[in-house]
Design a protein around this ligand. Structure first.
Ligand code: SF4
Length: 310
């Protein structure tokens, strides 16, 4: 049976609402832990305000932050799924849902033409909302994940040489933290996503996905990568920053690294900060049009990270 257009639209609208107003449990737990460990009075005050803010947002059905970011979708499809009207129809539905959610929630209409600053007043435009697809070899379902992430600061890219190695990655990581945190550009505590390898565009994409689509505490299945994630969490939390650029003991909720095979002559690295308003929501729609909402996007599957030919 094909998944119906009106179900997809309802789900997309609900996802926008949940993402904008309800902070996922893994992020709440992380902020709670950081608050309980923080000893600096000012940083404790800031963390308490962050906690109160997300509780009020959920209770009063308001967005978690006045800057509601740039809404985007991640779509994962089982290989056997059928969608009423096909994928062009799905794209249209996701655009409609974004425009409607901008007014019904409301979301701030952040998307404008880069030169003329023309504003459609609905977060829709050329390549907006961005929609990223991936596929799984089996299943007749579709996963929709929406992420409301800002698009201004907290991301950077550097092409390293292979000989720069882990030391070069750490240096770039620390340069990004101090540049972003000193100037208050990314609203800490943050989840840091790192893309290692690939081409420049893939490096940037997987780094952003690592920041936005993994649950706090989940490690990369490659033990070398997982070890580097843990080392960077420790390193980043040892530099003396707390929340919002103030002095403190924890500015990083987690570090997630994703890799792609790359050119033998280079070591591309991208770094992305996902702020404490880490807005994401996921639902699976099955071929019988039933729907199941969840908090883990489950984006990085074994198939998505496949290494071999088949
Ligand atoms: S970085 Fe996050 S918390 Fe800070 S203004 Fe942007 S959306 Fe809001």
């Amino acid at each position: 049976m094909a998944i119906k257009k009106d179900i997809l639209k309802q789900v997309a609208l609900e996802l926008h609402k949940r993402a904008a107003m309800i902070l996922p449990q893994d992020v709440r737990k992380s902020i709670d832990r950081i608050y309980s460990e923080e000893e600096n009075d000012l940083s404790r005050f800031v963390l308490l305000s962050i906690k109160e803010n997300y509780e009020i947002a959920e209770k009063e059905s308001r967005p978690l932050c006045a800057d509601t970011g740039l809404p985007r979708f991640y779509v994962k499809c089982g290989n056997d799924v059928h969608i009423e009207g096909g994928f062009a129809s799905l794209e249209s539905i996701l655009r409609q849902a974004t425009a409607e959610a901008t007014h019904s929630i409301p979301l701030r209409p952040n998307r404008v033409h880069p030169l003329t600053r023309k504003d459609m007043n609905n977060n829709v435009g050329i390549h907006a909302p961005s929609i990223q697809y991936s596929f799984e070899p089996e299943g007749s379902w579709i996963d929709l994940t929406t992420v409301h992430k800002g698009g201004l600061f907290g991301s950077d890219y550097r092409m390293l040489f292979p000989s720069d190695g882990i030391t070069g990655i750490k240096k770039f990581f620390l340069d990004c933290l101090s540049a972003g945190f000193h100037r208050g550009l990314s609203c800490q505590p943050v989840i840091v996503g790192i893309g290692l390898g690939g081409t420049k565009d893939v490096c940037f994409r997987i780094g952003k996905e690592a920041a936005c689509l993994r649950i706090i505490g989940h490690r990369n299945p490659d033990p070398d990568i997982a070890g580097l994630e843990e080392e960077l969490i420790q390193l980043g939390n040892d530099i003396g920053f707390g929340p919002m650029g103030f002095k403190g003991s924890n500015s990083i909720m987690d570090v997630h690294i994703e890799i792609a095979y790359t050119h033998t002559g280079g070591l591309p690295v991208s770094i992305h900060h996902f702020c404490f308003a880490a807005r994401r929501a996921t639902a699976r729609i099955f071929s019988d049009n039933s729907v199941s909402f969840r908090e883990d996007p489950e984006w990085f599957t074994e198939f998505y990270r496949r290494e071999g030919i088949n």
